[in-house]
Design a protein around this ligand. Structure first.
Ligand code: SAM
Length: 290
């Protein structure tokens, strides 16, 4: 049966959703008085919620009807979220979120890396993450795969104190990619956190300078690249690709994000030199498989 509202019902719905949006805005504004980013995000969320309420069948009439099952981070969908409802994933996600610097929920992105890591468990080679910060995604992967029980190593490479100014191109600076203190020094915290695992190895230094210090890494089955900056991401990709086993994969965290166009263009160029292309996920992540 076609879903339709009378003109009056539509008006009432719009009035109600405006109130919800206003409430959300005032709640977020009081939380983040001096935080412009917080306000922009709150406004975006409020507008999105208003759209969803007033267009229950979707913005375009040719999309699959039904309720949204997921809406956070970069996208909303009606696809099944069953894979994110397992106890194993919920545990992995909550331990990761609790220690992370994410500032918002990123369940689907986290599910992607967990899935990729589980896939890579069956492939020869170690795990490596470039861009670790406090270890949110790596914590999820370790928990989800029971990593301490494997004979693989997990290398965690980061400055552990944010982006490196010299590696940010002019074009990226224009897109507001800056070394701005968003990632305060977390080396002690991270090395303590992972010291209980014999096979998890945090390595401190700037990519690409630190790459020669990574010892005993011949083969890779899982790689996550999340440094928010083109030059080190390109260097990480060029470093890992020859070591990646067939069937091994690389997840680029920010690949499809509008702000990270410079990264995307640079990574695409390198991937095409390998005769491959990076797959864009609706989460904004990129996936490259060997
Ligand atoms: C978005 S955060 C990573 C978030 C992390 N994957 C998580 O799960 O929470 C980006 C990280 O990249 C690191 N980074 C940026 N440029 C780097 C470089 N040239 N070398 C090493 N680390 C870098 C920063 O220190 C920061 O911790």
């Amino acid at each position: 049966m076609a879903f339709s509202l009378t003109g009056k019902q539509q008006e009432e719905l719009e009035e109600l959703s405006s109130k919800v949006a206003d409430l959300l805005m005032s709640y977020h504004s009081s939380l983040a008085d001096n935080d412009n980013r917080g306000k922009r995000v709150a406004k975006f969320k409020a507008e999105l919620i208003k759209k969803i309420i007033t267009n229950p069948r979707g913005h375009k009439m040719d999309i699959v009807p039904g309720p949204l099952t997921y809406i956070e981070d970069l996208f909303g969908t009606r696809a099944s979220t069953h894979s994110m409802e397992s106890e194993r994933f919920i545990d992995a996600y909550s331990s990761a979120k609790a220690i992370s610097n994410w500032g918002r929920d990123i369940r689907w992105r986290c599910y992607t890396v967990c899935w990729a890591a589980e896939h890579a468990m069956n492939i020869e080679g170690d795990f490596i993450e470039f861009g670790v910060d406090r270890g949110g995604l790596s914590t999820a992967v370790i928990s989800y795969t029971n990593f301490e029980k494997t004979d693989k190593n997990f290398f965690l490479v980061d400055t552990y104190q944010g982006l490196v100014e010299d590696y940010i191109s002019e074009k990226e600076q224009e897109l507001n990619i800056v070394a701005d203190g968003r990632y305060p020094d977390c080396w002690d915290e991270v090395s303590n956190r992972f010291s209980k695992y014999d096979n998890v190895k945090p390595i401190r230094g700037a990519v690409p300078d630190v790459l020669p210090e990574i010892e005993n890494l011949d083969k890779v089955s899982y790689c996550s690249i999340d440094m928010n900056c083109a030059a080190p991401e390109v260097a990480a990709l060029e470093y890992v690709w020859p070591k990646l086993s067939n069937g091994g994969l690389i997840i680029f965290d920010d690949y499809g994000f509008p702000k990270h166009q410079v990264q995307r263009d640079s990574l695409d160029e390198i991937a095409s030199g390998f005769g491959r292309s990076i797959y864009t996920l609706p989460t904004g992540q990129g996936l490259l498989v060997k």
